[in-house]
Write a protein that binds this ligand. Structure first.
Ligand SMILES: Nc1ncnc2c1ncn2[C@@H]1O[C@H](COP(=O)(O)OP(=O)(O)OP(=O)(O)O)[C@@H](O)[C@H]1O
Ligand SMILES: [Mg+2]
Length: 336
């Protein structure tokens, strides 16, 4: 095996049996038994309707959960073999930004409105390395060039409100890259942007991935983006992964009735124009269950077109339905 292959074959991030929620007298569970891993140079998409636990899962990786209302109740998260859930302050700071960085849906709220882009980027650079003023400025321009920002010197002098949404998101990606992370978590990074700008931002991410072997966890509602940009996909429903596998398998031969529902609910090309923004997934009949009132058995049975009586009694486990492809449905268990 050559060095390149072994480097890109490594699991960088491994989440195992993650449980999030609250313990004690008013206990509830929001994320349950979520497991996935991420390799260098690959993109795992996390998809599912609103409230399925995607953002909480992402936040837990950076230890940014809104504690004490939501905590890690069980499981493990390992980054380059290190146990993230038991890291102390200084080591945690090293990992945040340095090892793992995150970008969010609304770039404007993540930028300081009264500071120039250059100054914000200089601060991001200084948080990770000690460079003199000149070298810091050079690194700022280099970061803006990395995200394919046109006219970086001019942009560095601008304030956030003077930039378009797509340019602001690129500034945030540049900031995220300041610490030379190995994992980038992108929580609906393009939902607020129009379709052509979405593609530019995601192409920028893909360029960084190819150049640095960045592993990306891409949270999105848009299955079109999953098909174009992800290598693997995990479909979440009510705090659990219900289908997981390579993109071509999961989207090409979806097994779980929920995944099939999502694919059917996908907006068609002629629906795309909606002020330039793609509409969110149209609903599958019924709604996501309230975490305080989960149905017994399979959480999807009340909305499932093929549920039987057995589905109301017992919850199906993720079982193999193809090469590296699993689904949590009794039909899958029967196949296995
Ligand atoms: N601070 C909190 N306290 C209690 N419950 C919370 C808190 N934050 C989120 N939740 C609940 O956890 C569940 C999962 O939320 P999460 O934000 O992870 O969903 P999501 O999949 O990211 O949804 P969306 O697609 O809308 O961003 C939801 O039921 C939500 O109401
Ligand atoms: Mg979210």
């Amino acid at each position: 095996m050559n060095i390149h292959t072994s480097l890109f074959d490594e699991q960088i991030l491994e989440v195992e049996n993650l449980q999030l929620g609250r313990a004690g007298s008013r206990a509830f569970s929001l994320v349950n038994g979520v497991s996935f891993s991420l390799k260098a140079g690959k993109t795992l998409a996390l998809v599912g309707e609103s409230g399925s636990g995607k953002s909480l899962t992402a936040l837990s990786v950076l230890r940014l959960l809104p504690e004490p209302s939501v905590r890690v109740l069980g499981g493990s998260i390992r980054f380059e073999g290190r146990d993230l859930l038991n890291l102390d302050g200084p080591n945690l700071r090293d990992v945040r930004g340095g090892g793992i960085a995150m970008i969010f849906q609304e770039p404007l709220s993540a930028l300081n409105p009264v500071m120039s882009i250059g100054r914000q980027l200089r601060e991001a650079v200084r948080a990770h390395e000690k460079l003199d003023r000149k070298a810091t400025d050079r690194r700022v321009i280099e970061l803006l060039e990395l995200v394919r920002m046109p006219d970086p010197e001019r942009v560095a002098r601008e304030f956030p409100h003077r930039l378009s949404g797509g340019m602001r998101q690129r500034v945030l990606i540049a900031m995220a890259m300041a610490g030379r992370p190995r994992v980038l978590i992108a929580d609906e990074p393009t939902t607020a942007l129009d379709v052509t700008v979405q593609a530019e931002v995601l192409d920028t991410l893909r360029g960084l991935q190819d150049k640095f072997g960045l592993a990306i966890l891409l949270i999105t509602h848009d299955l079109g983006l999953v098909a174009d940009y992800a290598s693997d996909v995990a479909v979440m429903y009510a705090g659990r992964i219900v289908e997981h596998g390579p993109v071509h398998e999961v989207l090409g031969s979806p097994f779980h009735p929920y995944t099939r529902g999502l694919l059917n609910a996908r907006p068609h090309a002629d629906q795309v124009v909606c002020g330039g923004v793609r509409p969110r997934l149209t609903e599958i009949t019924g709604s996501v269950p309230n975490p305080l009132d989960m149905p017994s058995g399979c959480p999807f049975w009340p909305r499932c077109p093929v549920a039987t009586g057995a589905c109301q009694l017992r919850r199906p486990n993720l079982s193999p339905v193809g090469v590296s492809h699993t689904a949590a449905c009794f039909k899958a268990e029967a196949l296995a």
